[in-house]
Design a binder for this molecule. Structure first.
Ligand code: ADP
Length: 166
């Protein structure tokens, strides 16, 4: 009998995608037949890049992976996961301070649908201090972003902040 496809959803704001996110995605690919990278609109976070821009950046960064689909969503995560017939939510953990928020969210999601699991993967230690928020700050101030984001993302950030060289 054919095995059911094991689908994972990796949700986030990805404003913009960092090398830390990419590290989690590569790890997540080992767990799932299909990994849906799901961009939350996150209007309350007032993102620097709008959803279309974030989708465009993600599609560019992830086009080499056959088992990845990039989509956006603007509803309850659990409803989206169900709609995609996915079994699992993938989240990344960097530092202890991530834990409390992630723990609460996972428990709430479990209450909303006990059939859907949340799986956490730890990033490599070199990416642990990375967050999109810090990277935007470095970009705004004209710092070197190459160890934090891919060259394409660095270019997009420079364009946003109007930094002409570097
Ligand atoms: P959200 O708004 O949902 O927190 P983010 O784009 O900030 O969206 O993060 C999406 C997911 O990626 C979260 O699980 C977050 O913990 C994880 N993540 C963010 N940065 C890193 C990193 N440097 N290493 C590992 N995981 C990360």
């Amino acid at each position: 009998m054919a095995r059911l496809k094991n689908i994972g959803v990796y949700p986030g704001t990805f404003d913009p995608i960092t090398r830390g996110h990419l590290d989690i995605i590569e790890r997540g690919l080992k767990l799932f037949d299909l990994l849906i990278v799901a961009v939350a609109e996150s209007q309350s976070k007032a993102p620097l890049f709008n959803v279309e821009e974030r989708l465009d950046i993600l599609n560019h960064e992830l086009k080499k992976y056959k088992k990845i689909k990039v989509e956006s969503f603007d509803c309850l995560l659990i409803d989206y996961v169900r709609q995609k017939k996915a079994s699992t939510v993938l989240r990344g953990l960097r530092v202890i301070s991530d834990f409390e928020y992630e723990f609460q969210m996972a428990l709430i999601n479990r209450k909303l649908d006990p059939g859907i699991e949340t799986v956490f993967m730890m990033t490599s230690e070199s990416y642990a201090p990375l967050s999109s928020r810090f990277i935007k700050e470095i970009a705004r101030l004209g710092g070197d972003m190459n160890s934090f984001v891919t060259p394409n993302v660095a270019k997009r950030l420079k364009e946003k902040y109007g930094v002409k060289k570097g």
